[in-house]
Design a protein around this ligand. Structure first.
Ligand code: 5BU
Length: 490
């Protein structure tokens, strides 16, 4: 044990010396400030230290973990896993970090058999979300994952979060241990140790910060959003517009939204008349209509009333609050005056919602409006990272009076049953459009991707008979919804 302590001290002091352990005031990925920052990436430049860490990490867990493979969480832990693999002859696996939308590429590279045991290796754990994501993909490939091996546990609830998900974490070092070693070694003073201790007592993440997508799509999603009938969900909605939409969907028995991407007002109104009986939402891009104006708005509102659907203007607001307020209420489109719903990118955080709310305050309290936050685009190679997605979900949950749900492609992001998942990129013809759009079938969108409302554009608008096509999509989507909530066996 003494030997372990000596080796640990040596590693911690070296990490400090190469600036992998920094003290100051740092903004963390999860959105809070921290007096300490670990950047173990730099260790790749110090091969001896890298080897020391990897060997000790593996020796440390001997007797606790039996495994057939090691898999490092990209990227910092990859070389650590590689060294363990090479030195101890444990076959390695690599989990791809790219999104799964790249078609049929495998999520996990390497050779393995279903049921093989794989241990995950990670450098630093805060909330545990990266490990859970890695485990999710490994399990999706049939691997058994019960342990994660980490160099540093920041002691902020990550171990507990993993435990809640049935994963044991073994850590070589904790933040407290590092502080103790550095203080003993005279590398940091007591004030720094105290600021870290205070920080730790104030910033604990609980398991709810991360909800991994189900391992098998939708399996075991329990009583949550995915299994609950629309009518029951309407009762739980905090946004009056979300409640209205959920009730409308249940009443009209449709989860179809048609994307009316046409370029003249007359085409728009003709299309709205054809698909109106089959949709819960009609989605517009007012800015692609050459002649958008009062007549188009009046026609749309009339058809929406006649056929019982809501209007979603897919404006994707993304500016500072002040400009969003103006874009929403002013200009040639005066969106706030007619669209029940709009879309917004949460890239500016709360600001975009503050802008929308400010515009609505001027319109008056009697108009009910809502917004969908765009989390994950349907385009190939979109840039939304897991952290961005998690933060978007949290923002949606915090602002559930205005935010009716998320636009996304994955079933595990949106949890609140009173909010809706809107999923574009739905078409029976699933070949790409040559411009990066990724398509999925109606069944896949609902049963595997968790769509509550599926957006179909060209699948309907390019059909010979858009009304008949809308009806067909509506039927397929509704059957998939019934199957998902268990109201009708396949
Ligand atoms: P399509 O013809 O079914 O590919 O049209 C899709 C529509 O959904 C189109 O209006 C897009 O603006 C919209 N869309 C999307 O395709 N992907 C996204 O991630 C978002 C919106 Br957000």
């Amino acid at each position: 044990m003494l030997e372990l302590e000596t080796r640990l001290k040596d590693i911690v002091v070296k990490l400090f010396e190469i600036n992998a352990l920094k003290f100051g005031d740092f903004k963390m990925k999860v959105g809070v400030n921290s007096p300490v920052y670990f950047d173990l990436r730099v260790v790749v430049s110090y091969p001896e230290l890298m080897e020391q860490i990897s060997v000790l990490l593996w020796e440390f867990c001997q007797g606790e973990v039996a495994c057939d493979h090691v898999c490092g969480v990209p990227y910092t832990a990859l070389p650590i896993a590689t060294l363990i693999s090479s030195r101890f002859r444990i076959p390695m696996l690599i989990r791809r970090k790219e999104t799964k939308q790249y078609g049929t590429r495998r999520l996990v590279e390497g050779s393995f058999a279903p049921g093989d045991r794989c241990v995950i290796v990670e450098d630093v754990v805060t909330s545990g979300s990266s490990i859970l994501e890695t485990r999710q993909d490994l399990r999706a490939e049939g691997l058994s994952v019960t342990h994660a091996l980490v160099v540093v546990d920041r002691q902020q609830g990550g171990a507990q979060a993993l435990q809640q998900h049935g994963l044991s974490m073994l850590s070589l070092l904790t933040l407290s241990k590092i502080m103790h070693i550095l203080c003993e070694a005279g590398r940091v003073d007591r004030a720094v140790v105290e600021s870290v201790t205070t920080y730790l007592s104030r910033t604990q993440f609980d398991g709810s910060n991360f909800a991994p997508a189900p391992e098998k799509p939708l399996a075991g999603a329990g009583e949550g959003r995915l299994r609950m009938p629309l009518q029951a969900r309407a009762e739980l909605a905090r946004s009056p517009v979300a409640a209205r939409l959920l009730r409308l969907m249940a009443r009209k028995q449709t989860t179809l939204c048609v994307a009316a991407d046409v370029t003249t007002a007359s085409e728009l109104l003709e299309l709205a008349g054809q698909v109106g009986p089959h949709v819960c939402l009609l989605k517009t891009h007012a800015d692609i209509l050459g002649d958008f104006g009062e007549a188009a708005v009046a026609g749309l509102l009339q058809l929406a009333r006649r056929h019982d659907f809501l209007l979603l203007e897919d404006r994707k607001f993304a500016d500072i609050g002040h400009v969003v307020q103006l874009q929403y209420s002013q200009g040639p489109h005066r969106i706030a005056s007619w669209a029940d719903l709009v879309t917004a990118h949460p890239v500016s955080g709360e600001a975009v919602l503050t802008g929308l709310s400010a515009a609505l305050a001027a319109v008056g309290p009697e108009v009910q409006r809502g917004c969908f936050l765009v989390a994950e685009m349907s385009s190939q190679g979109h840039l939304a990272s897991p952290d961005y997605l998690a933060a978007t979900t949290q923002l949606a949950e915090r602002q559930a009076r205005l935010v009716c749900g998320l636009v996304c492609q994955s079933p595990g992001l949106l949890r609140a049953p009173g909010q809706l998942q809107l999923t574009p990129g739905v078409r029976l013809e699933t070949a790409s459009d040559g411009l990066g759009q990724c398509y999925h079938s109606p069944r896949e969108a609902v049963l595997e991707r968790g769509a509550d409302v599926a957006v179909v554009g060209r699948g309907v608008t390019r059909a010979e008979d858009p009304g008949a096509a809308a009806r067909r999509y509506r039927d397929l989507l509704w059957a998939a919804y019934l199957q998902r909530v268990g109201l009708q066996a396949e």
